[in-house]
Design a protein around this ligand. Structure first.
Ligand SMILES: CC(C)(COP(=O)(O)OP(=O)(O)OC[C@H]1O[C@@H](n2cnc3c(N)ncnc32)[C@H](O)[C@@H]1OP(=O)(O)O)[C@@H](O)C(=O)NCCC(=O)NCCS
Length: 194
C-alpha cells in the first residue's frame, strides 16, 4: 500500500480569500504532533450534534483516543489518507480517505469523517476538503467513492452538490449522539469519470 510522503503535498486555495485557507495532506508524524487540535475538532463536532460514530458522554480523552488508536495506525500503514484544513493558522476541518478496500474493490475508496469545526462552517471548507479528497482518489486510480451520512444532515446537500448520488437509505442505522433515538443513514456514491 502506498505511503504518504513525508511532506504534505496538496495545497489549494478554494476560498475567495485565497491566502487564508490551506488544505494539506498530513503524514502520521504530523498527525501525532497535532493530535490535541484534531481531538478538539472532533469533540466540538460531536458536541454540536454531529453523527460521526460517537455518543455522549464523549470526552476530549475519547476524542484523542480515536485519532491515536484508529487513525494514526492506518495513516502509518497507508490504509487511510488524512486531509486537514487550516484557516488563518487554526485547524478548521478534516476528512479521511479510506483506501484499504478488499481485493475485489481496488477501484473503490471511501470518504470518512468529514468534520468542519462549528465556528468555521458555511465558508466552503467542507467542499474544499472533499475536493482535495477527490483529487487524491483520482491520483490513486480509484473510480468510485462511497460514503454514508445521517439522513437529513447538512452533509447530504453538500455531497449532492459535489455529484454524489443516493444509493439508498437504511432506516434505524445509528444512535443519535444525545437522544435515545435511532437515525437513518443515506448511502451515497460518486463515479469518477476521467
Ligand atoms: C457537513 C459539514 C462538513 C459542512 O461543512 P461546511 O464547511 O459548513 O460546508 P460548506 O461551507 O463547504 O458548504 C457546502 C454546501 O453544503 C451545504 N450545506 C452546508 N451547511 C449547510 C447547512 N447548514 N444547511 C444547508 N446546507 C448546508 C450547502 O449546499 C453548501 O453550499 P452553499 O454554501 O453554496 O449553499 C459540517 O456542517 C460538519 O462538519 N458537520 C458535522 C459533521 C458531519 O456531519 N459530517 C458529515 C459526516 S458524513
Amino acid at each position: 500500500m502506498r505511503q504518504a510522503p513525508a511532506i504534505s503535498f496538496s495545497r489549494c486555495d478554494p476560498m475567495q480569500d485565497k491566502a487564508s485557507l490551506f488544505i494539506d495532506r498530513v503524514t502520521a508524524q504530523e498527525t501525532e504532533r497535532i493530535l490535541p487540535e484534531l481531538a478538539s475538532l472532533l469533540h466540538a463536532c460531536v458536541h454540536d450534534g454531529a453523527s460521526v460514530g460517537f455518543i455522549a458522554p464523549f470526552t476530549m480523552d475519547d476524542a484523542e483516543r480515536f485519532w491515536r488508536a484508529k487513525v494514526l495506525p492506518a495513516l502509518t500503514s497507508g490504509e487511510r489518507v488524512l486531509f486537514i484544513a487550516r484557516q488563518a493558522g487554526d485547524l478548521a476541518g478534516s476528512v479521511q480517505l479510506v483506501v484499504d478496500t478488499p481485493p475485489n474493490q481496488p477501484h473503490r475508496t471511501e470518504a470518512s469523517k468529514l468534520l468542519v469545526a462549528p465556528v468555521f462552517r458555511r465558508r466552503g471548507i467542507g467542499r474544499a476538503l472533499m475536493g482535495a479528497l477527490e483529487i487524491e482518489a483520482r491520483s490513486l486510480g480509484r473510480s468510485l467513492i462511497t460514503l454514508d451520512t445521517r439522513t437529513g444532515d447538512k452533509a447530504e446537500p453538500l455531497y449532492a452538490s459535489l455529484g454524489f448520488d443516493v444509493a439508498g437509505v437504511i432506516p434505524g442505522y445509528c444512535r443519535d449522539p444525545f437522544l435515545d433515538r435511532l437515525d437513518a443513514t443515506t448511502v451515497m456514491y460518486k463515479r469518477l469519470i476521467s
